[in-house]
Design a binder for this molecule. Structure first.
Ligand code: PDD
Length: 282
């Protein structure tokens, strides 16, 4: 049985209790992070701590653990759960007021703070060898996709819809322009050898993996929206995320990308990122 962290305590997962009045439960009034673990160490820890702080500031939740606390919590959970490879989820809600109310509770209401681990094979994920088939769907999420909230219902619906259509995942589009994947940033490489990736606006999550991958890219980079049509005709395509690293995309809406196998630049980038992640994990 896993040990989880909840509000200052390390406890068995079955003993974690959160109030039915918790705003995370009633309003999805909460933010989260996903940090991957390689060789028992945390990948891109600094980036994730910074983004969590930004998400908390944007929605005005106070009193969450700071960077040193998160590092200690993560290391403790990794040790107690013997995680060699996998993920750690951090979740912070606006806490538990006495009643359900749309009005935020007093600013000094203690947040609910949860962290748990999931062991999983990441570096040798067999999906990376075959690549993903994605289908595009309208991006009907709220307009602040840059805040990493736990309002994940739409993304979850889109992923399930994609799978029902025989694909692996969904890429979302607004007015014909790809924003991002259900839980990944989306990127293409054109036949001219240019890597195109959506700019950091409110329409996408500012991926920590994206930020660490781009400096490793050998190609020219253009940060601009790309259309569904441009993606379907691309030479290569891939997604980036903390849990998938760099993951090739080989089909978009049934259009075969390249020769239908993971593109060579994408495969190179995946290796470069995993090498970098292992070297810098802490
Ligand atoms: N998802 N875009 C969305 C909508 C995401 O949910 C994620 C991460 C990303 C990639 O961000 P990062 O590189 O910082 O992981 C982009 C995580 C992995 C999840 O919810 O499981």
């Amino acid at each position: 049985m896993r040990t989880i962290y909840l509000n200052g305590n390390y406890i068995p997962e079955t003993e974690g209790k959160v109030s039915v009045f918790d705003r995370g439960f009633l309003f999805s009034d909460s933010v989260y992070e996903v940090v991957s673990v390689l060789d028992g160490k945390l990948v891109d820890f600094g980036g994730h701590v910074q983004r969590l702080a930004r998400s908390l500031t944007e929605i005005g939740i106070n009193g969450a653990p700071g960077a040193d606390d998160w590092l200690a919590i993560c290391r403790e959970l990794v040790a107690r759960n013997h995680v060699e490879e996998g993920m750690i989820y951090w979740q912070v809600t606006r806490g538990t007021p006495e009643d359900r109310d749309f009005v935020f509770p007093p600013a000094d209401t203690p947040p609910t703070v949860l962290a748990f681990t999931q062991s999983r094979t990441l570096a040798d994920n067999p999906v990376a060898l075959r690549g993903l088939r994605v289908v595009t769907m309208p991006d009907l999420r709220w307009g602040r996709a840059d805040i990493k909230t736990t309002q994940l219902l739409y993304a979850s619906m889109m992923k399930n819809e994609a799978m029902a259509r025989g694909a692996d995942d969904a890429w979302m589009e607004r007015n014909g322009w790809i924003t991002e994947g259900s839980a990944q940033n989306a990127h293409i490489i054109t036949h001219e050898g240019v890597l195109v990736t959506h700019p950091l606006t409110c329409e996408i999550l500012h991926g920590i993996t994206r930020a660490s991958v781009l400096p490793l890219v050998a190609q020219r980079i253009e940060e601009r929206p790309f259309s569904v049509h441009e993606a379907e005709q691309a030479a290569e395509a891939f997604v980036s995320s903390a849990s998938g690293f760099v993951m090739p995309v080989v089909q978009i809406n049934g259009h075969i990308i390249g020769n239908g196998q993971p593109g060579s630049a994408t495969v190179q980038l995946r290796h470069a990122y995993i090498d970098w992640a292992r070297r810098t994990a802490r």
